[in-house]
Design a protein around this ligand. Structure first.
Ligand SMILES: [Zn+2]
Ligand SMILES: [Zn+2]
Length: 395
């Protein structure tokens, strides 16, 4: 069974009551009602379209209070917050990493994603201490530092801004340099960013020699743990690609499947290889994409992966409009993103997916708004297997 254990649901859910949220759709209503949020966050919740700058002050105040009680320097925190995403620091400072992990089977998924701000997803395969891989590098949060292989979907800043930082953090932690796989056109610009950091630093360091490798649609690479990663094309405003993670399993050769076990044993005893390697798609990560990637899949395995991690930038009903009066559904299509209505209207395409994790929600929606509205829109079969990663600082 792939289902999340009740313990991990609770831990995932518990985090939804504090600062950065990720939770299962079926628990959303309950979580929205029972959350025990700090009073400053309750104030924020009453503003429907609050911006990041507005959110900093009340959360900073909450942080200051908590840090004071822990003996930290409050002024340090305030200065850090001014230039940073609040979500990042709240997670770092309160070390809530255990509660923001979604466990499905042998995978621990740690999403970190707000549209236009930062997106990265760490996947630990086989539990803590096991192989960790990363998708995108908008921000180098704690868990993804351990990812030896990072797969970049496209060149928008919210997906690549953390590459040099990731390399630097790994060096500080004594970890070997990571390998970054990226669409060919991004390789030189990303390397140049590393060189420019070194220039500012005044000497050549590892950042001048980042291991960034061109990796295009159809390319594949073996990664530790008997797994393989393959790139597939996605549809976005710029060139973009997603990644499929396969598990390699040995199975009886197809041409022998009608033989009796005795006959198979005889052949094996005579030295014949009776098994062959099969590749099972276990995870698909799309990065930013429009729904077209699912309607016209570039690879048949995209819709067969057990776990699908994809974006849902816009939410709300089919007639929702932005402040300029434009239909959000149209806006999503123009910008190469997904609106929740795209998923609702095409829910059939996800029928073979066991678990769907939606990330990359626009920061203009409060988690309360998403939690109250999105689950109601999803048809039953889909709602039961859908998870959300929501930025808690919008509470
Ligand atoms: Zn993005
Ligand atoms: Zn993008």
């Amino acid at each position: 069974m792939h289902r999340t254990s009740s313990a991990s649901i609770m831990s995932f859910y518990r985090f939804s009551s504090s600062i950065s949220l990720s939770f299962r759709s079926s628990l959303l209503h309950q979580s929205a009602v029972n959350v025990n949020v700090p009073s400053s966050q309750r104030l924020i919740r009453q503003k429907p379209n609050i911006g990041l700058a507005d959110a900093i002050l009340p959360i900073e105040k909450t942080l200051s209070q908590k840090l004071k009680s822990n003996g930290h320097s409050v002024s340090n925190v305030s200065s850090m917050l001014k230039g940073r995403n609040v979500q990042g620091y709240t997670c770092d400072l309160f070390e809530q990493k255990q509660s923001r992990i979604l466990q499905i089977d042998e995978f621990e998924i740690i999403p970190w994603s707000v549209s236009g701000i930062e997106t990265s997803v760490a996947v630990r395969c086989g539990g803590q201490g096991a192989v960790c891989i990363g998708f995108d590098m908008g921000y180098s949060e704690k868990e993804i530092i351990h990812a030896q292989n990072i797969f970049i979907s496209h060149g928008h800043m919210d997906h690549v801004a953390g590459v040099a930082h990731h390399a630097k953090k790994r060096a500080i932690y004594g970890l070997p340099p990571a390998t970054y796989f990226a669409p060919e056109d991004l390789v030189e610009p990303l390397k140049e960013i590393g060189r420019q950091y070194d220039k500012m630093h005044g000497k050549e360091t590892l950042l001048s020699n980042l291991d960034i490798r061109p990796f295009n649609e159809g390319d594949k690479v073996d990664i530790p743990g008997k797994r393989l990663v393959k790139a597939f094309r996605t549809t976005h405003r710029v060139q973009s690609q997603g990644y499929l993670v396969y598990e390699k399993v040995k199975r009886l050769r197809n041409d022998l499947k009608d033989l009796s076990s005795e006959d198979i044993k005889k052949r094996r005893d005579l030295g014949e290889t009776v098994t062959e390697e099969n590749y099972i798609p276990v995870i698909a990560y799309t990065g930013d994409t429009s729904i077209d990637t699912f309607l016209d899949p570039p690879h048949p395995d995209v819709l067969k992966a057990r776990i699908m991690i994809t974006e849902c930038t816009y939410v709300g009903g089919p007639h929702g409009r932005d402040t300029q009066g434009r239909l959000l559904v149209d806006k999503a299509h123009e910008r190469g993103h997904i609106h929740i209505q795209d998923i609702v209207n095409n829910h059939e395409v996800f029928k073979n997916i066991d678990s769907l994790l939606l990330i990359h929600f626009s920061g203009k929606y409060s988690s309360h708004f998403i939690g109250e509205n999105v689950p109601k829109l999803l048809p039953n079969g889909l709602a039961d297997k859908t998870y959300f990663c929501i930025p808690g600082h919008r509470e």
